[in-house]
Design a protein around this ligand. Structure first.
Ligand code: UDP
Length: 323
């Protein structure tokens, strides 16, 4: 049995839908940002918080957990700056509780969702795992703190782990059944698509004076289905003892500017956006593009979906959102 914490959220629910094809899965989620309806009905579901020892004890006693996959975190940069307590409490302290429980029950395989935000403002164009980490906001710091805790737990308690640093997750499951839904929505692609559905008057490009080809920020967008396949490879590698502790970037290795993303959304949807150019958003690095060659070399993973397929799948979801 695999325990997926945060399995009712955007990325977790996509992973569960794939993982359930080969494994038994129990999802633990407090539904603070996730939705019960996103969880595949073949998975067991427990509503609860990873900070709650009793809930964890119950799960680890009741089920023979082989590995834990951890998606249960707050992930908004701006909110983390305004309310760091929430981020250190939920992302660090509660994770410590989860890890401590795993050790008590002798469960030693852990997959951790980390982020490109651990790199801060890198001084290289293409980021690989040896690029120095220097997060510039509490969200990125909270993720890096857990990465460091994992290293210490591995040394002291023989915990085996894979850390996956996501770049910009986007897109929806090809079944059209599940997709991205945040409230409030802050991510570029859903913001554009919701605008193109008529939900908002306009969209903003946050900054056009960056040192990039068209002046807007460049990001590496990765299909949520590609993230799922990377998690499953990482899990199997851990269970087969092919890896013990590894950190991998997950990206396409291609950068797209905000303006290019808007254009691609217009092309896919055949609709025209009302675009306003505004001030920079605080804390945005100009360019974040991943090298994912490490996970290709070691586990054979490669992103399969390009920006157009990401947007096509997201459009299908947003235009018939069933939540
Ligand atoms: N962005 C934008 N307008 C929006 C939302 C985002 O111009 O309404 C930009 C943002 O400044 C960043 C990129 O789009 O350069 C991706 O932002 P998002 O919040 O989707 O992901 P992040 O890179 O912050 O994780």
């Amino acid at each position: 049995m695999i325990l997926v914490v945060g399995g009712a959220g955007y990325i977790g629910s996509h992973l569960v839908k794939e993982l359930i094809k080969t494994k038994e899965v129990v999802v633990l989620d407090n539904l603070s940002t996730g939705f019960r309806s996103l969880v595949d009905n073949k998975a067991l579901f427990v509503e609860g918080d990873i900070g709650n020892v009793e809930v964890l004890n119950r799960i680890f006693t009741e089920y023979k957990i082989e590995a834990v996959m951890h998606f249960a975190a707050n992930s908004l940069v701006g909110e983390s700056v305004k309310n760091p307590y929430k981020y250190y409490q939920n992302n660090v302290s509660s994770t410590l509780n989860l890890l401590n429980t795993m050790i008590r029950y002798n469960v030693t395989n852990f997959i951790f969702s980390s982020t490109a935000a651990t790199y801060g403002i890198p001084d290289v164009d293409i980021i690989d795992e040896s690029t120095s980490t220097n997060p510039i906001n509490p969200y990125g710091k909270s993720k890096l703190m857990v990465e460091e805790i994992l290293e210490d737990f591995s040394n002291a308690y023989s915990l085996n782990y894979v850390i996956l640093r996501y770049f910009n997750a986007a897109g929806a499951h090809n079944s059209g059944d599940i997709g991205e839904n945040h409230n409030p929505e802050t991510h570029l692609i859903p913001i554009i698509l919701r605008h193109l559905l008529g939900e908002t008057e306009s969209i903003s490009v946050f900054g056009t004076d960056y040192n990039t080809e068209d002046g807007s920020c460049i990001r590496d967008y990765i299909h949520v289905t590609d993230l799922s396949s990377a998690h499953i490879l990482a899990l199997n590698a851990l269970l087969d003892k092919k890896v013990e502790r590894s950190t991998y970037n997950l990206g396409n290795g291609l950068g797209y500017s905000v303006k290019e993303v808007i254009k691609t959304c217009e092309n896919v949807t055949k609709r025209k956006a009302n675009v306003i150019e505004t001030e920079r958003r605080l804390g945005d690095p100009a360019r974040l593009v991943a090298s994912s060659t490490k996970i290709f070399d070691e586990l054979g993973w490669k992103a399969r979906y390009d920006l157009e397929s990401i947007i096509t799948s997201a459009w299908k979801w947003h235009s018939q959102n069933k939540l």
